[in-house]
Design a protein around this ligand. Structure first.
Ligand SMILES: Cc1cc2nc3c(=O)[nH]c(=O)nc-3n(C[C@H](O)[C@H](O)[C@H](O)COP(=O)(O)OP(=O)(O)OC[C@H]3O[C@@H](n4cnc5c(N)ncnc54)[C@H](O)[C@@H]3O)c2cc1C
Length: 385
């Protein structure tokens, strides 16, 4: 028996599924199916919660820029809390990394958003650094921010319900088939039917496509580790920026009186409830201690989460050319929170076959379309450009 027949079924209730569902619920009947008991259990609940318009490749940076206004001015009653809190970013380069810093600053949209600063200024802004870590200076992005991820995620879920949408938890999708021009979907919460299915299953996006016999996008889940630590004998100032190695070998930022550190690891793994490895925690501590004069004290909390990438590291947003009504919203990598508002707006425009909203007017959807992976066009890995 079919439990319900909305217009659109969204698989996955993380930030991607929640935001797209909320946008679409303005015009369609939407049901979100989430396998876990809590929609933020996987990547969405495990991020470092940052917003930077200079992070990620070109498509990611463009989607991040297009998301900025939403974070600053969300719909009325979206959240009782501000979604962003200013946290500058500081990309730092040693003598040996001078070339990498030049390459970073050569990207036009990045150059517009950062100031190039010398070693003395870097050390004044991020006083834990050793002078040699910043010998070639750095790039300072003043208007980056911390994101209140829970406020954003809960805000979208509330907006979805307010617009008549439904979120079902403990609802793992187990089969997916096209019948009579619609998708018939079976889940642990019953069977559903809809003309459109949105695949927002994060690390499991290819596995969901496989349920329907759809070709994968070769999305690779990668483990990333974060650790909250005390510093031995050193107060931690909330005014410090997020400090990141220009080649992303580590980053650290203040977090409620502690220091959040990461070895910026990117270990390919099978999709799972990923846990931190002791070795990655030790590498994080070692790299931050080598780059700074800090002595890391007690580890207060550690976690790992999955960042899932398509081969060219751009998100995959659009209808599958070979499967009518099957929409991909996946491959957000390490940027799925900061790009969510624009990715959701783009999803809604493509599903409705509407014009793109003004913030996406200059964005070329072919940069993120699943069609870029059809035929022999398999782009090479592209980390930042
Ligand atoms: C350590 C770390 C730091 C990060 N820092 C940042 C950051 O600072 N800024 C930023 O923007 N991004 C950051 N990210 C990336 C960000 O967390 C992700 O890009 C984002 O959360 C992806 O959201 P999602 O909704 O696609 O995935 P998820 O949150 O994983 O949601 C996918 C959901 O699909 C569900 N699902 C899967 N299969 C099924 C099925 N068959 N049936 C039903 N449901 C299913 C899963 O249970 C899951 O809840 C970070 C990630 C990590 C790990």
């Amino acid at each position: 028996m079919i439990r319900s027949q909305p217009d659109i079924l969204v698989i996955g209730g993380g930030i991607a599924g929640a935001s797209a569902a909320a946008e679409l619920a303005r015009t369609h009947r939407v049901v979100v199916l989430e396998a876990e008991a809590a929609p933020g259990y996987h990547s969405t609940g495990r991020s470092a919660a940052v917003f930077s318009e200079t992070y990620g490749n070109r498509a990611v940076r463009a989607l991040t820029r297009a998301s900025r206004d939403f974070f600053h001015q969300p719909p009325t009653q979206f959240s009782p809390y501000p979604l962003l809190k200013r946290r500058s970013w500081l990309h730092v380069a040693s003598e040996a990394q001078a070339f990498a810093l030049e390459g970073f600053l050569a990207m036009e949209d990045v150059a517009l958003r950062v100031s190039r600063i010398g070693q003395a200024e870097v050390l004044a802004l991020s006083p834990l650094l050793k002078p040699e870590t910043a010998a070639a200076g750095g790039a300072y992005e003043r208007d980056a921010a911390d994101i209140d991820v829970d406020a954003v995620h809960q805000g979208y879920l509330r907006l979805l319900r307010h617009r008549g949408g439904t979120v079902l938890t403990d609802a793992q999708v187990t089969s997916l088939a096209r019948r009579g021009g619609k998708w018939l979907l079976e889940s642990t919460a019953g069977a559903f039917q809809a003309a459109v299915v949105i695949n927002a299953a994060g690390a499991w996006a290819d596995a969901v496509a496989a349920l329907a016999g759809i070709e994968p996008m070769r999305i690779q889940a990668c483990r990333r580790t974060a650790v909250l630590v005390e510093l031995a004998g050193e107060p931690i100032s909330d005014a410090w920026p997020l400090t990141i190695d220009i080649e992303e070998a580590y980053y650290f930022k203040p977090d409620a009186g502690l220091l959040l550190i990461s070895p910026a690891d990117e270990t390919p793994v099978e999709p799972c409830d990923v846990q931190p490895e002791e070795l990655d925690v030790a590498i994080a501590i070692d790299r931050v201690e080598k780059a700074t004069r800090a002595s890391i004290g007690r580890v207060r909390r550690k976690w790992a989460g999955l960042r899932s990438f398509a081969p060219d590291r751009s998100p995959v947003i659009g209808f599958d050319e070979a499967a009518p009504g099957f929409f991909w919203l996946a491959g957000q990598g390490g940027y799925g929170i900061q790009t969510a508002p624009a990715a959701a707006a783009l999803t809604a425009a493509l599903v409705r076959d509407d014009a793109r909203p003004p913030e996406l007017a200059s964005f070329d959807p072919s940069e993120v379309s699943p069609a870029r992976f059809t035929g022999s066009q398999r782009p090479a890995t592209d980390r930042r450009s």
